[in-house]
Ligand binder design. Sequence first.
Ligand code: EPZ
Length: 430
Amino acid sequence: MDKIKIIGGKPLDGKIFISGAKNAALPLICASLLTKDTVTLTNMPMLSDIRAMNSLLEQLGTKIDSFNDFIDGHETKTYSYRSKNIDNLVAPYDFVRKMRASYYVLGPLLARFGKVELSLPGGCAIGARPMDIHLEALEKMGAKIEIRNGYVYASSEGKLKGAHIIFRLASVGATCNLLMAATLAEGTTVIENAAKEPEVGDLITLLNEMGARISGINTSILTIEGVDELHGAIHKVISDRIEAGSYAVAAAITRGRIELINAQPSLLQTPLDILRSMGVKIEEKENGIIVDARNAKLTGRDIMTDYYPGFPTDLQAQFLALMLTAEGASMITETIFENRFMHIPELLRMGANINVHGHASAIVRSVDKLYGAPVMATDLRASFALILAGLAAEGETTINRVYHLDRGYEKLEEKLRGVGADIVRVKDND
Ligand code: EPZ
């Protein structure tokens, strides 16, 4: 397995291009299953999770073409999906265990073909992450759901039926799956307590571009009037707010300055406000953000994760690392996932001062220095928190299990080297 080596202690300075959002792209790819026409997605990130989703769709029968594109002189991908001849309605264990977002094929395949077999994803490093909300809502729409041998067997006699659904919590995944299922249902579906994350908004935009009738975008009540069929569309994926937030912290933790190109500041208001209140200068531009922490004396802040537009759980680990270098004590509370502090034991090995209270809260106290160390993480964002600590630390940090990072951070070393970081990937046989 590859490793990443960082020699820390350098303020970063320069520009980073922010890629298209992974968590928007994954459901968008699956939305292409709703039509026999071609759906083209531009500003796609080049990530292992996207390649994994593409191979799942190819296994179902989707034909995929890819093109290299350029936005502001930066290479991006465009993918065209044509799901005219779907001849397999199974998402097998081998795909789902590697990438839980494989469950996004459930809603569209059930709506269009009336049948799906999906391996149940099971728990993951950050929490149990059940699928009960997705499945109960589909049952309300008339689907028959059976769980046998680790698989969900979902079927519907004729079309799914519009229903009034109230989610017990505002799940991003369940909102996306239900939106896709309801587009081709008979009658009107209303989802109350729907997720308002921008990635959900991006999916609604694409579905409407494909001929769906969805209203309530960016609110917690979504109304979907079913239509007989959807058609093709060309759609630009929104920029990745979590990647942008992660590099904003890279500027802050190294007391550097980074211009985030192709970032959308409106999607990051809560994290940007926290950075401002800590003492970081933030300049919002139409299509970018400048994060300037040169010579700044940062003070710690309390953070509690929440549904959008609250503070995103996907930036909790990165901000926790930043608080180690800010004056005073900061309380970090995680409310979305029950096991999302796996970065803390590794940060302690780098000299951090953190006290965990139960499994939801941690007190982070400022330390004079972090020290490089060999570390490893169990999920994507925790791994990035270790990269950040390594950039701020004295000496060499080696981050193991790099495959987590490859799932969600496109050209990570290249982007960080471009702003002056001393970072290399070491192949296992080097
Ligand atoms: C999405 O996961 C993202 N993944 C996650 O990003 C992100 O952390 C999360 O939303 C919250 O913003 C993708 O978009 C691919 P949820 P998702 O359903 O949809 C519970 C990253 O690092 N729940 O909103 O799985 C669940 O256990 C990843 O990029 C149920 O109980 O999140 C969790 O506690 C990690 N039953 C809470 O809801 C259900 O049926 C929120 O989960 C569904 C969810």
